[in-house]
Design a protein around this ligand. Structure first.
Ligand code: ADP
Ligand code: MG
Length: 290
């Protein structure tokens, strides 16, 4: 017997490294006419590296102490920025004390108690009202500035750099052709770093500084304007938007468990170009079904 077109399409998508969870999903992917893309870990490689470790003036911590506290607090987190910070500490041979009372807030950062000190690590704009020297400079160069707060006082900044995926710009172009509309960038990162990445990948519509519920609201707004929205994301912070999407696709390799469970399809190899390929496969299969 020949395979029904949607099942062959699922098998083909599998060859592109996309796990499509059902025939219904395979059919829906081809219906999308708008795309919302996450930034960190989706358009970027998600293997960011710490480029700067800067104690703030007046802080009594040196660079090693600052990085130790930040990395110890971040160790339980699965966020790509957390992995970058822990890796940087390991590379410097720093001993990481055990963290207690770990909490994490998607789109904000983490808190923990390290060696009896209350440590918070995360987005500067979410952790303090003060304008800190150095934040704008780091962000204008496309880096993410991460603030480390110790016992309630801003103690230092980390600069973290991530590269766009090699196929990010081509994927944006292919999705624009397929849907007739340029994708929207939805990110929790700061507007300056977001604009930098958007310019590199050919995106005009950028919404930055978003919390998970803001990403959800953006997708709902597109949907209520009559669009069938494809959402691609990797993080816990993308889960509500993935759930609300016409079709949600998660980046599988480094994606969070929640994103993988919530999404309708998972990119198991790290190729973003598999997204437009799967949209095209779905459209072909649907023509055969009809
Ligand atoms: P994106 O939407 O681009 O994937 P996220 O929503 O995951 O970005 O993160 C948004 C911002 O929240 C980050 O740029 C960072 O400032 C902060 N943040 C989130 N999680 C962490 C963490 N574990 N450590 C440090 N900062 C974090
Ligand atoms: Mg992400």
């Amino acid at each position: 017997a020949t395979m029904p077109p949607l099942l062959s399409a699922i098998a083909n998508a599998g060859r592109h490294g996309v796990l499509v969870k059902s025939a219904v999903v395979m059919e829906r992917i081809g219906q999308v006419d708008a795309v919302a893309l996450d930034k960190t870990g989706t358009l970027t490689e998600g293997s960011p590296r710490v480029t700067d470790v800067r104690p703030l003036p007046g802080s009594r911590l040196d660079e090693g102490e600052l990085l130790t506290l930040a990395a110890a607090a971040e160790r339980p987190s699965e966020h790509p920025l957390a992995r970058a910070i822990v890796d940087a500490a390991r590379e410097q041979g720093l001993d990481l004390p055990e963290a207690q009372d770990f909490t994490s807030a998607p789109g904000v950062g983490v808190t923990a108690v390290v060696d009896g000190r209350a440590v918070a690590v995360g987005a500067p704009a979410r952790l303090t009202d003060d304008a800190l020297d150095g934040v704008a400079e780091l962000e204008e160069s496309g880096r993410t500035a991460v603030l480390v707060v110790v016992d309630g006082t801003p103690a230092g900044l980390l600069g973290i750099a991530d590269r766009p995926r090699p196929d990010a710009a081509a994927t944006v172009a292919a999705l624009t052709t397929l849907t007739g509309a340029a994708p929207t960038l939805l990110t929790g990162d700061n507007p300056r770093a977001a604009a930098h990445l958007a310019a590199e990948t050919g995106i005009d519509d950028v919404r930055a500084g978003l919390l998970p519920q803001d990403k959800l609201a953006a997708v709902q707004e597109m949907a209520s304007a009559g669009r069938k929205v494809l959402v691609v994301g990797d993080g816990v912070n993308d889960a509500p938007a993935l759930a609300a999407a016409h079709t949600g696709i998660a980046m599988g390799r480094a994606g969070s468990d929640l994103a993988l469970e919530t999404a309708d399809a998972v990119i198991v190899r790290d190729e973003l170009a598999a997204v437009p390929a799967t949209v095209a496969l779905s459209r072909r299969a649907r023509r055969l079904v009809v």
